[in-house]
Design a protein. Structure first.
Length: 86
């Protein structure tokens, strides 16, 4: 890759699957829709317009132990982009 070119985003897979966002150490689970996902992140839509914290956990079951840690990287209304972090 030539220096100065933009990094191509990882291939995103359209999903539209229900998921769960857990906050506060896994005690407050909120439903969401995972619009698409890649190896590095996901686009999620929440039902309400409450502000999400910068860090959260995204899972496909209500069990917080199965989720992946995420950081919010952009917000547009009820739609959020997250990147997966360790």
């Amino acid at each position: 890759m030539a220096f100065g070119t933009t990094k191509k985003r990882d291939a995103r897979k359209s999903l539209r699957q229900s998921g769960w966002i857990t906050l506060d150490g896994g005690f407050a689970a909120r439903a969401c829709v995972v619009e698409d996902i890649s190896s590095s992140g996901a686009k999620i839509i929440v039902d309400d317009n409450n502000t999400l914290p910068a860090k959260l956990k995204l899972a496909f079951s209500r069990d917080a132990r199965t989720g992946r840690n995420c950081e919010v990287v952009w917000r547009r209304g009820r739609t959020f982009g997250v990147k997966f972090v360790r």
